[in-house]
Design a protein. Structure first.
Length: 338
């Protein structure tokens, strides 16, 4: 009984400190403005120094937010390195590369900069912004959406219009279809979207209009079984996906929430961390804070029906807890992931 009381007391103290930590973090941080009425941030990623990089289907190019800045600034010019409308971005510190999806979405009423057709995966120098590699998607029905990078440097990228995950191996210049599966194809609209690698080495993806969550088994770099996972609640327009640790991820839902999703076998627990966001599209984790891009893309691709966006565009901070560890002589510990 005495031991049980100590356990309960320690847990209560831990929960109190966690709640206080989140409250203080939320009070200290404020949203960061993305200037302009055509910002429409589609994706955000964070570099090793805490600089954030933002994409935009409307204006193209890449904006960045330096640590401590209150506003985003233009960095890579629209149309640079034969890019067009920019979508997913991923900062890979190991190769010093900013990976960027570039698409021609003029058929959706968004011209974007330049006149480059097709979908491409672009690799830019993370320090200078100079172009390093450009790989075009094979086939005719493509939308380069988002990407993740494995420990060996292989880039995996989702195709939202064809149920494919493609890969670009280190040293290669051409994208290859890594896996294609009809389970990824929703009845209508965009399919594959967010992608991340779990601590188990497998790849996890969601489907935007399908509202589904999948695991793709990875065996020696080759795709294995594709398994649709059971979520604890329905997903509504799931988008950007980033690993926290192990098989726990942060995920933006376009319906207005930031979630923590935890995979356990074939089940996924979905915990809403913040709702009421303006059509979030992606998230970047810096320390104990998740920075969420409010893309408001329905006001871009459906402007006639949805009207103008709510200004200013913002990257919104959400406190997700600190690395708190409370222990005693009995070896009891409670850890909250950043």
């Amino acid at each position: 009984m005495q031991k049980a009381r100590w356990v309960s007391a320690l847990l209560a103290i831990a929960v109190t400190f966690i709640a206080l930590d989140r409250q203080l973090a939320a009070e200290e941080l404020t949203a960061i403005e993305v200037p302009g009425d055509r910002a429409f941030t589609e994706s955000v990623t964070a570099g090793p120094d805490g600089t954030m990089y933002l994409s935009s289907p409307a204006s193209g190019g890449i904006a960045r937010i330096k640590p401590g800045a209150s506003k985003a600034e233009a960095w890579i010019a629209p149309g640079a390195f034969e890019s067009r409308s920019t979508f997913g971005v991923f900062a890979d510190a190991k190769s010093n590369t900013l990976w960027v999806c570039s698409n021609d979405v003029s058929s959706r009423g968004v011209a974007g900069p330049s006149s480059v057709t097709g979908s491409h995966l672009k690799g830019l120098d993370l320090a200078t912004g100079d172009g390093k590699i450009s790989a075009q998607f094979p086939g005719n029905t493509n939308l380069c959406n988002d990407m993740t990078v494995a420990s060996d440097g292989t880039v995996y990228v989702t195709n939202s219009l064809t149920p494919q995950i493609l890969q670009l191996k280190p040293g290669r210049k051409a994208l290859e279809v890594w896996v294609e599966d009809q389970q990824f194809q929703p009845p209508s609209g965009a399919g594959l979207d967010g992608i991340a690698i779990g601590g188990d080495g497998n790849i996890y993806v969601n489907t935007f209009n399908g509202g589904e969550f999948f695991r793709v088994e990875v065996k020696g770099g080759l795709p294995g079984a594709v398994t649709k996972l059971e979520t604890s609640r329905p997903l509504k327009l799931p988008d950007g996906l980033r690993q926290i640790s192990g098989e726990t991820f942060l995920m933006a839902e376009g319906s207005g929430s930031l979630d923590r999703v935890t995979v356990d076998g074939d089940r996924v627990t979905v915990e809403t961390l913040k709702d009421g966001l303006k059509e979030p599209t992606s998230v970047a984790k810096i320390g104990g804070t998740a920075w969420v891009a409010e893309g408001q893309l329905s006001h871009l691709f459906g402007a006639k029906d949805n009207g103008p966006p709510h200004l200013p565009f913002e990257i919104v901070p959400v406190a997700i807890g600190s690395g708190l560890c409370i222990g005693g002589g009995m070896g009891i510990a409670l850890t909250v992931e950043r």
